[in-house]
Write a protein that binds this ligand. Structure first.
Ligand code: SAM
Length: 281
């Protein structure tokens, strides 16, 4: 029996191609095609867009994206065992799916994509935050993509949308909210995946703003947020001492009380400090 898109059900695909999930690759598969189509819909209208998918695995979300009308999908998968299953999907949707057997951290996908580009992925947990950080911090803005629709562990999704003075607030919140509008659009229980992970998951949708909310250099913001949140309980005058010999004066110029703790500083204050530091160099 075939699924609604005319291809075999994902359980059969996994059995046929012996795609037993590997923990080392962060493999927790979505097998319900209604659910993957619903996630694809969270990415917005795909008919006039190219979509970059990282980690298609057996292709559940890939099939959702294609069934929802994506103009073209580029799927980047590290696990060569999945190539035969993905080739069957490509043959079913001629000219609309390209697959790269590569590590997403090692390649530049832009050469294979035509704007407008959306990114949609059930990310491997081990590389998810690294990829997100890279997508959020190119030197120039706007980036090559218009939106990101990403599955994360719920705790990571909460860190992306967190507000100051909360436990979840940190580097990911600053970098995400600086240049995008971010919201959690779906929650999924562990049972939605095979094998089920230990924790709940959430889909987060980030839309690239035309301009950052406050000016700053990405490289500087990366450095100061890493320094500040590395010792989040300390006062910023001590946690950020290594950034500049006159850090307390620079904080004053940026409107920051040196006795504050990192989690009390707003996005606007972090950006002001980044600019003051750059001007002082
Ligand atoms: N998209 C599929 C789904 O929703 O069922 C699979 C999602 S699974 C959570 C993550 C996928 O990312 C796996 O297929 C894994 O092999 C792949 N992966 C892990 N590390 C990767 C990397 N560095 N580059 C590309 N793919 C990777």
């Amino acid at each position: 029996m075939s699924a609604f898109d005319g291809l075999p059900p994902l359980r059969d695909v996994i059995a046929t191609h012996d795609l037993r999930a590997k923990k080392s690759l962060g493999q927790n598969f979505l097998l319900d095609l209604n659910l993957t189509a619903k996630i694809a819909r969270q990415a917005g209208n795909l008919t006039a867009c190219d979509v970059l998918e990282i980690g298609p695995g057996p292709g559940g979300l890939t099939r959702g994206l294609l069934a929802e009308g994506a103009r073209h999908v580029l799927a980047v998968e590290k696990d060569s065992r999945a190539m035969a299953a993905l080739a069957e999907i490509a043959a079913h949707y001629p000219g609309r799916l390209d697959v790269l057997n590569a590590d997403a951290l090692e390649i530049d996908p832009t050469a294979h994509l035509t704007p407008p580009i959306r990114i949609c992925a059930n990310l491997p947990y081990n590389v998810g935050t690294e990829l997100l950080t890279r997508w959020l911090t190119p030197p120039d803005w706007p980036p090559f993509w218009t939106s990101l629709t990403l599955m994360f562990q719920r705790e990571v999704a909460q860190r992306i949308v967190a507000k100051p003075k909360t436990k979840a607030y940190g580097r990911l919140a600053i970098l995400s909210q600086w240049r995008t509008e971010a919201k959690i659009v779906m929650d999924l229980p562990p049972e939605a995946f095979t094998p089920p992970p230990k924790v709940h998951s959430s889909v987060i949708h980030l839309t690239a703003l035309p301009e950052a909310r406050y000016p700053a250099r990405a490289e500087t913001l990366l450095r100061i947020t890493a320094t500040a949140f590395n010792q989040r309980r300390k006062m910023v005058r001590s946690s950020m001492k290594s950034l500049h010999p006159e850090i307390e004066d620079l904080m004053g110029e940026a409107g920051i009380k040196p006795t504050s703790r990192a989690e009390e500083l707003t996005l606007e204050q972090f950006c002001a400090l980044a600019r003051t530091l750059d001007a002082a160099r």
